[in-house]
Structure formats: C-alpha cells, structure tokens
Ligand binder design. Structure first.
Ligand code: G6P
Ligand code: MN
Length: 445
C-alpha cells in the first residue's frame, strides 16, 4: 500500500508517520512518498521520520520528491495537506482582515475566504493530475479550508476525495469524557460544514446522554467548549458547537483579542516553525526532539486568544494531542480493509441536509468501507444553524466561482456575503488588501 503525502515537508507529517508505524495490521501502508515544493523542508521532515522509524521493524519506507506527477503516479492513497503561500500567507490572511476590524483567522471569515481563493486553483490542479495519473487512488484532503477545498476537488474526483478534520472527533471525545462514557461506544450526532457544526446528541445503547450534560452546569463548566461558550449559552442552544463557532457567537470579543495580540497565530507559527526547520537540519541535533518541543508549544497555545477572551483558562492536558492522524489512519484502514468504520468526514451531501443541494460538501458521520464514505442520515438542523450553514455555503460557492472565472467582482461578492464581514465597502478593501500581498491572487482581474 503506497501513500503519497502532498505537503510532505509539513509540520504535521510526523504525526501521520507515527500513526503508520503503530499500525501492524494486514494491508497497512508500506511506502510513503513525500512531495513538497521545498526540498529543505522535505529534508528536515525526512530526518524526523528516520528517527521515528529507528528500531521499528518493517517501518514504511520513505522517499521524497519535488516532482508532483512522480509523487502521484502509482499511489493508492493521496493525502493532500498543503498550505498555499505558507505560514507567511496565513499571517497575511489574518492581518489584512484584522486591520479592517473583522476576524482574521486561518479558515473562518475573511481570512478563510482569502485562503480559499489562493488554494482552490492549486487543489483543482492536483485533483486533475490525480484523476489522470492515479485514477484508482483515494484522496484524503486535510488542506484547509477543508470543506471548500474538498468540494472543489470533488468536481474532478467525485466521491474519491474525502475531507477530514480533527475537531469533530476531539469534540465528541471531550463530551464522552465528561459524561463518563466510552467514546467508541457512543454515536455522535454531529452535522454541519467543516469548522461549522454542532453536536446535537450523544447516544449510548440507544439513549441520548447529551440532555444530562446540558442540564448540569457543573459538568458543562468542566470541559473546553463549556468554558469557551459558557454553560448558559450551551443550554440555550441545546447543542454543543464546534469550537470554531466561538468566532461567530463571540465575534466581537475574539476580534478584539486577536487585534490586541502581538502576533497573529500564523505569525507565531511562522517564527516558531522557522526555528524547527533550521534546528532539524543542524548537524548533531535530534530532529525528532526539536519537532517534539515545537509541537508541544504549538498545542499548548492553540486558540489561546479565544480562551483568554472567554476567561476559559488553560487547555487540559488530555486535549493537547489532536486526533488528526488517527482520523486519517482510520479512514485509510476502513477503505483498504473494508472495516465498516463510522467517522465524521467531509463528503457530498446527497440529501443528508435537505436545505443544501446534493453536491454540497458537508461534515457528517459517514459509514466507511471499501466503496468509500457514505453520509448517514441526520435529523434536520434548527433554523439558526440552517441559516449559518446556508450563508457560509453560499460564500463558498462564490469562492469556487471566483477561482474558476478569475473574476475580482465575484471575489468581492464572496467577502461581502460572509456573515462576519459587515459591509460591502469592507469587502472591496479586503480584496484590494489581499491582492496587494498575495502573489497567489494575481489571477483575479
Ligand atoms: C485544528 C483544525 C485544523 C487547523 C488547526 C489550526 O487542528 O482542525 O483545521 O488547521 O486546528 O491549528 P494551529 O495550531 O495551526 O493554529
Ligand atoms: Mn480542521
């Protein structure tokens, strides 16, 4: 089984490789091909992986290349985990929006639109190449904004592209933990778009345990989302939102906290990772130890401005390691071994949410097997959630249209229609600001 990782010089690649090393099962990945545009980053990550593999029998063999077609040809699975424009690009996405007084974040609001406009053309090119060079491969998309990018790729790959995110799993696990139930025994009723979903129920042996949590302020105050959103708001909602909804429900406070911060998250990570990539190539240094230190600091500071704005305090140690690599591995195993797993994934709607058309990519529990991922029927969303989901999907569609036509006016429309952009005049200035700093937006005319 051969896995190709696009964005193979990326910081999270050792997480994926670590999960592969622990997988001893039949049909496991035996070859990993890393692709990246930057040979230096590939060399650094290759060193980390070599240290991880030391002493592990039959560790998957790793090769690296900067040639995309070579990387894709012959792949069984293609993971796409690229960051167009790098972390410098992310910092620009964040700063231009914050300078206009609107949310500047990696995937949400204006920042996410800018990131989507840069990324979609690149993702579509990848999708076309995979369709031509590895038509039987499954594409697992981690590239953000993951829902939008998966939808762009699905226009060329159909259901052979599946989007993943670690946030719904993490949320489900935290809720199960406070309720004292085994997450593997629980059915998590979660639905929405990527970074825009709600847990409406958590059923164990046919019984919904979520009302027990919603009725107990003490339990509600004892986990991340409870502290972030506050017990009263969760009770009013009657659901537990994905942590990314904090940017919507507490928009003014998060924007204020982000504007006060010395550096944006992207700026912080850019500087932090520059240190790692340099250290990982220095002679006589453990690249793995440098990676582990950098990772710990990154995880401990995740969403720290939101937590500060909410008075939520520090993150709990149990929440610090993401389930990112576990979702990726579980998905590959379910497909390769027909394991019939249930995973929350980004797939085409196909009638699951009747308010959206069937091609719209949504985030929903799916039954996964050798024939791919199939969304499981979900109950209707409440009106407030339907409103947000439809508004944001409409924005995503404008982003896809702008990426296809190259129309600057359509890009302005995408920003202007977003619920977190409060004026058409702001949208126009955002497009001016973003096109001035991003070479990857030169196609907009
Ligand atoms: C979570 C989300 C990812 C996102 C990441 C940002 O893992 O699911 O989609 O990219 O957080 O974290 P960072 O440490 O880069 O700010
Ligand atoms: Mn995500």
């Amino acid at each position: 089984m051969r896995l190709t990782i696009l964005g193979g010089g990326g910081f999270r690649v050792p997480l994926v490789y670590g999960a592969l090393l622990a997988d001893r099962g039949e049909g496991r990945v035996t070859r990993v091909v890393l692709h990246d545009l930057d040979a230096g980053r590939l060399a650094a990550v290759t060193r980390v992986l070599a240290e991880q593999a030391a002493g592990v029998p039959d560790a998957p063999r790793v090769t690296a290349t900067t040639d995309l077609d070579e990387a894709v040809r012959g792949a069984d699975f293609v993971f796409s985990a690229i960051r167009v424009g790098g972390l410098e690009g992310r910092a620009h996405d964040e700063r231009v929006a914050l300078a206009e007084g609107v949310l500047g974040q990696e995937t949400v609001g204006a920042g996410g639109i800018a990131y989507g406009l840069r990324t979609v053309p690149v993702a579509v090119d990848i999708a076309r190449r995979v369709a031509r060079l590895a038509p039987d491969a499954w594409v697992i998309n981690f590239t953000n904004p993951a829902g939008l990018v998966t939808e762009a790729m699905s226009r060329h790959l159909g259901d052979r592209v599946i989007g993943i995110c670690d946030s719904p799993v993490g949320l489900g696990r935290r809720i199960a933990r406070v309720l004292g139930v085994d997450p593997d025994e629980a059915w998590i009723d979660y639905v929405g778009l990527n970074h825009l979903g709600w847990v409406r129920g958590l059923r164990v042996a046919g019984r919904d345990e979520l009302p027990r949590l919603l009725a107990d302020p003490e339990l509600l105050g004892s986990f991340e989302e409870g502290r972030l959103f506050g017990p009263e708001w969760l009770r009013e909602l009657g659901a537990i939102p994905n942590e990314y909804l904090h940017y919507y429900y507490f928009n003014r406070e998060t924007v204020d906290a982000y504007r006060r911060a010395e550096r944006t998250r992207g700026g912080f990570l850019r500087d932090q990772q520059a240190g790692f990539y340099k250290a990982a190539l220095a002679p006589g240094v453990s690249a793995l130890a440098a990676w582990q230190r950098t990772r710990a600091e990154r995880e401990a500071t995740y969403m720290s401005e939101n937590r500060e704005a909410a008075g939520a305090g520090e993150r709990e140690a149990e929440d610090l390691s993401g389930g990112y690599e576990q979702v990726a591995l579980a998905l590959m195993r379910a497909i390769a071994r027909n394991e019939r797993a249930t995973l929350i994934l980004n797939v085409r709607n196909r009638g699951t949410l009747p308010v959206l058309d069937s091609e719209a990519v949504i985030e929903v529990p799916c039954l996964v097997g050798a024939d791919g991922a199939h969304p499981v029927a979900a109950g209707p969303l409440p009106d407030h959630a339907t409103g947000l989901v439809c508004a944001v999907k409409a924005v995503e569609r404008e982003v896809l249209a702008a990426a296809e036509s190259g129309s600057r006016a359509t890009a302005v429309k995408a920003f202007a229609l977003h619920p977190l952009v409060d004026s058409v005049a702001v949208a126009r200035r955002l497009v001016d600001g973003y096109t001035a700093v991003h070479p990857g937006l030169a196609y907009l005319t």
